[in-house]
Design a protein around this ligand. Structure first.
Ligand code: COA
Length: 180
């Protein structure tokens, strides 16, 4: 698929490239999912090559069906591009006018503003690509402070506390970003 978004680096950090996931991202996907923090905040388990291949197949099918757009986020490094994050636009149905963004950053790339830059690029792409979409949601559990910071850095305004929804046991925050 020939879609690629760019997110500029900040100070000493390299630029990011966002593109649909490829089959040969399997190794990096499995490495990222070895992190218990990432596993805690994601719904679909990826603990084996079979689960990783299923995850990648699902990501490709969802792209093809226009239901959900997952981007691998790569950082240019001396040895070549390295996977650093995943960002996703989901919940795209006629019944639901406000899609949602989701994200994780691999443990080896946290604390360098990767998620805020990638989510900002994704949000712009969503408003450009889906003219009917004028607002995006971002949800996180109340105690996910790092995720709340990502929302703030991307300009997603806090809207409300949501009741807990399985599999997450605590209440959540809903933040939104409006087009424009
Ligand atoms: C939330 C998450 C995506 C943030 O990604 P990131 O690329 O590290 O984003 P930032 O660099 O902007 O850091 C955001 C916050 O993470 C925390 N943080 C900073 N360095 C960190 C590090 N090395 N390790 C973990 N968290 C760190 C800080 O609270 C930071 O906020 P600050 O900049 O105000 O200090 C990342 O922590 C993650 O993948 N967590 C697990 C999955 C998850 O929670 N996804 C969101 C579900 S709603």
């Amino acid at each position: 698929m020939v879609i690629e978004l760019r997110a500029p680096g900040v100070s000493a950090t390299p630029d990011l490239a966002l593109r649909p996931w490829h089959d040969d991202d399997l190794g990096a996907l499995l490495d990222a999912y070895r992190d218990p923090v990432l596993r805690r905040w994601t719904r679909v388990p990826v603990t084996s090559p079979a689960e990783g291949r299923r995850w990648l197949r699902r990501a490709r099918q969802d792209w093809d069906e226009g239901r959900r757009f997952s981007f691998a986020v790569l950082e240019e490094q001396a040895e070549g591009p390295r996977l650093v994050a995943n960002v996703v636009l989901k919940g795209i149905t006629p019944q639901r006018p406000v899609p949602e963004v989701g994200y994780w950053t691999a443990s080896w790339a946290r604390g360098r503003g990767v998620a805020p830059r990638a989510v900002t690029a994704l949000s712009r792409w969503a408003f450009d690509r889906l003219p009917q979409v004028t607002r995006l949601d971002l949800l996180h559990q109340v105690d996910n402070v790092a995720s709340c910071r990502v929302a703030q850095k991307c300009g997603y305004a806090f809207q409300e506390v949501l009741p807990a929804r399985p599999p997450f046991p605590l209440d959540g925050h809903r933040h939104t970003l409006d087009v424009g």
